[in-house]
Design a protein around this ligand. Sequence first.
Ligand code: ADP
Ligand code: GLC
Length: 482
Amino acid sequence: MVPFAKTGGLADITASLPVEWEKQGQETVVVMPKYAHIDVYAYGFKPTFMVVYVPISTWTEFAHVWKGHLPNSNIPVYLLENNDYFNRRGIYGDPNEYPDNDRRFIFLSRAVFEVAKMIDFKPDVIHAHDFHTAFTMAFLKSQYRNDPRFSKTAGVYTIHNLAYQGWFNPQRAMDFAGFGMKEFYPGCWFEHKSSVNAMKTGIMFADKITTVSPTYAKEIRNPYFSEGLQDVLGAKGGDLVGILNGIYYNEWDPEKDNYLHSKYNRDYLMGKHINKINFLKETGLNDRDNLDLPLIGMVSRLTEQKGIDLLIDKIEYFLGNNLFRLAILGSGESRYEDYFRYLAWKYPKRVYVNIGYNNTLSHRIIAGSDFMVLPSRFEPCGLTQMYALKYGTIPIVRQTGGLADTIEEYNSKKQTGNGFTFYNYNADDFAYAVNRALSLYSKGKHWDKIRLNAMSCDFSSSGSALEYLKVFKWAMDKVRLK
Ligand code: ADP
Ligand code: GLC
């Protein structure tokens, strides 16, 4: 959860929803691990000197509880301190997941209930995100079902990315979770292909399931996108809803953005140009010939999901023809990191590459670029394209998941649309979309119009938060009618 710990868009979404719910009159309590890198003192967290006792297998484990708030809100955030589980450098373990992620996240999923008891909080809904917290859905319907505090609590499970499912060894996971092997048999709610599958567990035990865009909600019914879970999703299809992620415009608005060299808005696009020039100077891409060349940016995890292969396939053709400059910020698979380092070495005046994670730089690249590329193979939602729109940076995207729900091809006759799209996962189609984008660059009224269209889009998190409340109500009705 931003600003405490982040690996991707999940952190932005889990931070913006409670803030919106607070404005909409709802009370939210957040529980998350006290990861070693969270700067607890900077964010004002304090130890409560309370300890939660968490049943694991046949014994009890514990966590010290720290309390703080989401910045600029009254939303309490409880951090669970357990050195065996969370006092290590990473969050999930990179590049390979920690071998004890089953135990770490089953512990977290169970501890949530004990925190609620400790602070005397009776939730209407428990909202869990992705496979790491999926076991809360199972605990809610088993160990805590007859506890009066939770007997009317509804479970809502949000899928941010079906590609990460949490495949656990049944002997370990069923034992840690307190179910035992007698509950594990082919076709049971925990089982998929003879393993415990945390994602399936969350889906099966939840009262309602959401995912992060309407198109992804449809796509994952098909084997191409379902990562093997199409039957599970089919079985629970009536309870599955796609809610488009929203953007927290307090963080992502060029008019308010303190990371920028010059703030700007749609009436002052010179400010955007100042950001571009400064970025080019800072990164050594400002050779004097052709200062006007477009700048294409990418801020992304460097994984196969993000369609990096399509970019790699065509990039030397574009750079060889001197058609644009490229700025890449990201980290991930070493094959991609190594390739981009090579590219920056080969084209030092055309390509800037920063392998790492850098929030300030991400704002500056998004503001300074003319275009952002997101050729994703699949994209449950994607936030960068929505940030780009607000900054008048034109997205070039593959039409999938949330990218399809937010980006519409520019139509120069009707002057509608906010970006450039392609459908097939194919490098030629991608290159064709890039060419269409380049041909519009700096072309008088069309260039003005597409940027205006982009900056006028509103994907605010308040709308998205309201949609969640509807699903929560629906889940609560389901539980109460039982
Ligand atoms: P995903 O969650 O699949 O990575 P999203 O588009 O939903 O994709 O969210 C990615 C988030 O992470 C965005 O806020 C983006 O700006 C940020 N981000 C990704 N890579 C980096 C990086 N290297 N440095 C800074 N921010 C990054
Ligand atoms: C996942 C998805 C991304 C989505 C994010 C937040 O990481 O890959 O598409 O935007 O979650 O929901």
